[in-house]
Design a protein around this ligand. Structure first.
Ligand code: FE
Ligand code: CA
Length: 521
């Protein structure tokens, strides 16, 4: 084993306590630079309860986890804080009565980061449950529950996690999250479209304009994250997460804005992407330091002992421009050099796949990976925003998987606003080629399905042997239960996400036995 593999090699980032948790000394130095000692004063009192966006934890390791909060008395209206930095106290306990505090400290809620607080808590025990809270002035946050991952050489018996995506605020209520919380998963994996950049009609009002500036995006997170069910879901477990397009703009590709954009100018779009990425970072329990500019690495790995390797991907930031929207496939000449992940991320992923000895390798990503051809009576059509628009890039990744890990591969997908189960084939040009994995597409938490999908999905399922099941009319989430012997997916569907308190049930369950392919149970 290479030396670089010896450390806890979950490559989730570079934010260290030294960098980020300004202790007493760090804070004093910071203040000293900002204003001379004689002018030092306390920041103004906070006008109202500042923890309205709750608390969150994420990017768990075997010895630590990132805990997050943001001081925001008026979350959807500029935050409501004075333009000062504040010192926030935090503590982590082994018990839910906070009676057994094992770590505590102070962190700066910086005005330039929207008074968000990210603490990379270390020195925790593997595979253990913890509770945490934040305090500022006389205010105390609610408690969050989190956990560390099992140690990297351990063989955990079981992992239960939730896969979620696409939570357009105006379209529906977050009933799926209420159900998720009662299931008590070890981990929540968010596959993108955490916010939508623009408002719309539907079940509840979204009074905010389309987001272009940093303040616009912050207000959108303020609105979305005020939802009590979303807060409860963050409080209940650590999250892993990646973004899709709507955290910036619908169907953008790299630095090319989407069709119908309000920011067509390239410089304007680059600034917009930088604002969007920064606001995302400010609102997520992310280990890496704040982004500067329009580039930000979010792809990373998290391991659950020997049971599962989560390879969290970014299929937006580095992709080549789309060759169309919904339509016939791109020409092969156009396609061969086009990238979905970009060179660097592809090299990283190939290396990770090659080195993964976990029972299950999990590609946590955004858009549908499997071939999905729609017979519209006008030839075969594809959604060219999906991997179907980048078939050569898909072929390259499939070849790596087929050669390096011919079984035990799971693809988790969001974006579609539909529930789907696919066999991942070694070669989508050959329907008889080997099955090398399973793709589970999570339906949206609240976003509506498209009319096109409703009209065409069942025909596509019926005519594609590798497409096992698909359903687009329901919102919900997927409960994944993972053991060495078996991967089980339970599709939890909300009857009607546009009404409060609608019932939730398991619509269908699928099982992948070790070394085998998926079947409905
Ligand atoms: Fe979406
Ligand atoms: Ca999307």
């Amino acid at each position: 084993m290479a030396a670089s593999e010896k450390k806890d090699s979950n490559d989730t980032g570079d934010l260290t306590r030294r960098n980020f948790v300004a202790g007493a000394a760090g804070a004093a130095v910071g203040l000293g630079v900002a204003r001379p000692a004689y002018a030092r004063r306390l920041p103004p009192p906070i006008p109202d309860y500042p923890f309205k966006l709750g608390v969150a934890s994420g990017d768990p390791l075997s010895n630590g986890v990132v805990i997050w909060t943001r001081l925001a008395p008026r979350p959807a209206d500029g935050g409501g804080m004075a333009p000062d930095d504040y010192s926030v106290r935090w503590e982590v306990s082994r018990t839910s009565d906070m009676g057994d505090v094992v770590r505590r400290g102070k962190a700066r809620a910086r005005a330039k980061h929207a008074h968000s607080v990210h603490v990379d808590v270390r020195g925790l025990k593997p595979d253990s449950e913890y509770w945490y809270r934040f305090m500022v002035g006389d205010y105390s946050s609610e408690l969050g529950r989190t956990r560390t991952t099992p140690g990297r050489n351990s063989h955990p018996e079981k992992l239960v996690f939730a896969a979620v995506t696409c939570q357009r605020y105006n379209s529906g209520f977050y009933t799926a999250y209420e159900d998720l919380v009662s299931a008590g998963p070890d981990l929540v994996v968010h596959l993108g479209d955490y916010i939508y950049e623009s408002p719309g009609g539907g079940a509840r009002p979204d009074p905010l304009p389309e987001a272009i500036t940093l303040d616009d995006y912050r207000n959108r997170y303020g609105l979305y994250k005020s939802d009590p069910a979303l807060i409860a879901a963050h409080q209940s477990a650590p999250w892993l997460f990646t973004w899709d397009d709507h955290e910036v703009e619908n169907n953008y590709a790299g630095l090319v804005p989407g069709e119908g954009t309000v920011t067509p100018d390239p410089v304007e779009f680059e600034n917009r992407r930088a604002a969007a990425y920064k606001a995302y970072w400010e609102h997520m329990p992310f280990r890496r330091r704040a982004p500067h500019g329009a580039d930000y690495r979010i792809y990373r790995r998290t391991s659950w002992g020997h049971l599962a390797d989560f390879l969290v991907l970014d299929t937006r930031q580095y992709r080549s421009p789309q060759c169309g929207g919904l339509g016939p496939s791109c020409s092969p000449e156009q396609d061969a050099r086009r990238e979905m992940l970009g060179r660097r991320q592809s090299n990283w992923l190939n290396r990770r796949i090659r080195r993964s000895h976990a029972d299950w390798a999990v590609l946590a990503q955004q858009v549908v990976f499997s071939r999905m051809d729609f017979d519209t009576g006008d030839g075969e059509w594809y959604n060219l925003d999906q991997w179907d628009g980048y078939p050569a890039a898909r072929d390259r990744l499939l070849a790596t998987l087929h050669n390096q890990r011919p079984t035990g591969n799971i693809v988790l997908t969001g974006d579609l606003h539909a529930s789907c189960v696919f066999d991942v084939l070694a070669d989508y040009h050959d329907p008889d080629s080997a099955i090398i994995g399973t793709e589970f597409v999570s339906t949206s938490i609240s976003s509506k399905d498209s009319r096109f999908l409703r009209a065409n999905l069942q025909h596509t399922v019926a005519t594609s042997p590798h497409f096992k099941w698909g359903e687009s009319s329901r919102r919900g989430w997927v409960k994944h239960t993972v053991t060495r012997e078996e991967w089980r997916a339970d599709y939890r569907h909300v009857d009607d996400a546009t009404v409060v308190g609608s019932p939730v049930q398991t619509a269908t369950s699928w099982v992948v036995p070790r070394g085998g392919s998926v079947t409905g149970v």
